[in-house]
Design a binder for this molecule. Structure first.
Ligand SMILES: Cc1ncc(COP(=O)(O)O)c(C=O)c1O
Length: 306
């Protein structure tokens, strides 16, 4: 098995011990990426990622981007867990995979949570050449913690400027909703995003509005707060499902025409929170009531992280 990388700090120096790995010094690391830990044989270690890992070859896995509170807890963990469960089932991961993830999540050292956010990558593990399943797949996890950005409304008090994206999302019910590792549509869409925009609205190949490039979308249309169904395409975000659970939004088909005649529009995701759209293509949104409601939703979300 070849090794592609060792866990390193920004300067390129390998961390000498697992403890140093989760607590890099200021002199060693200045940027926001803090740690890489890999779950191997029942514990988090400063191991390296195997070259024959199926995540690398086929995108055979899942990921979650998780925002944590000051105590290192993930207030939306139940929603992350639910999406992982859906993805593991859809990709036919071995029974017990979610228990392993849960065990690893509980065992994650506090120091690796304290930067405030992280990406949990779940791979089916190593396998021989070819698409066929390995006879005894062994789940492999990567935790990469980082300092989250401040909530988007703090960075963009006026709201986001967005455009209508030109990349159409494929309709594929087998993969819709969960966060699998194949994100090439988002990579293409992100490349096409103009510099003055912070988000894009993406439609699927049938022309239905689905979501943003990196967040979910909610539209206030004729007084109703609506989010598109994600049964054919899109990522069913943790913030979106929290809003649905709290009955603050409901699901309805949204056409591009509805979007452009909507009273208000906002995007939501784990890192940005809930952020109003100030301008979408040529349309500027001035709806004060809508803005107040969006502020209220953001306050409710933020309260979960206090
Ligand atoms: C394509 C896409 N849709 C939606 C979301 C929102 O998901 P979440 O609320 O879980 O961050 C994301 C987040 O990364 C995303 O990349």
């Amino acid at each position: 098995m070849c090794r592609i990388r060792r866990a390193k700090c920004q300067s390129g120096r390998p961390f000498p011990t697992p403890l140093a790995l989760v607590a890099p010094t200021a002199a060693c690391c200045s940027a926001s990426i803090m740690t890489d830990l890999i779950w191997v044989e029942g514990s988090w270690q400063a191991a390296s990622w195997a070259c024959d890992d199926r995540a690398l070859h086929y995108g055979d896995g899942l990921f979650e981007t998780i925002r944590l509170n000051a105590q290192g807890e993930a207030p939306l963990w139940a929603f992350h867990r639910q999406r992982l469960q859906q993805g593991l089932t859809a990709l036919h991961f071995p029974a017990g995979s979610l228990d392993t993830i849960e065990q690893a999540w509980q065992a994650l050292p506090l120091a690796a949570r304290q930067p405030g956010a992280g990406k949990l990558l779940v791979s089916r593990g190593s396998g021989p050449r070819g698409y066929a399943m390995p006879s005894a797949p062994e789940l492999r996890l990567l935790w990469q913690s980082f300092t989250p950005p401040s909530w988007a409304y703090q960075r963009f008090p006026q709201g986001f400027v967005a455009d209508l994206g030109q990349v159409a999302l494929s309709r594929q019910p087998l993969l819709a909703g969960f966060k699998h590792l194949n994100r090439l549509e988002q990579v293409l869409a992100r490349q096409s995003m103009p510099d003055h925009c912070q988000e894009l609205v993406l439609c699927d190949t049938s022309g239905q509005v689905v979501e943003g490039c990196m967040s979910n979308l909610v539209v206030c249309w004729q007084g109703h707060w609506l989010t598109p169904p994600l049964t054919q395409a899109g990522v069913n975000g943790v913030v979106r499902r929290w809003l649905l659970q709290e009955q603050l939004v409901s699901v309805a088909d949204i056409t591009p025409e509805m979007l452009l005649t909507a009273e208000s529009v906002f995007f939501c995701n784990t890192l940005n929170g809930i952020i109003a759209v100030h301008r979408l293509a040529d349309r500027v949104f001035h709806h004060k009531d809508g803005q107040h409601h969006i502020d209220y939703l953001q306050q409710r979300l933020e309260a979960l992280f206090c």
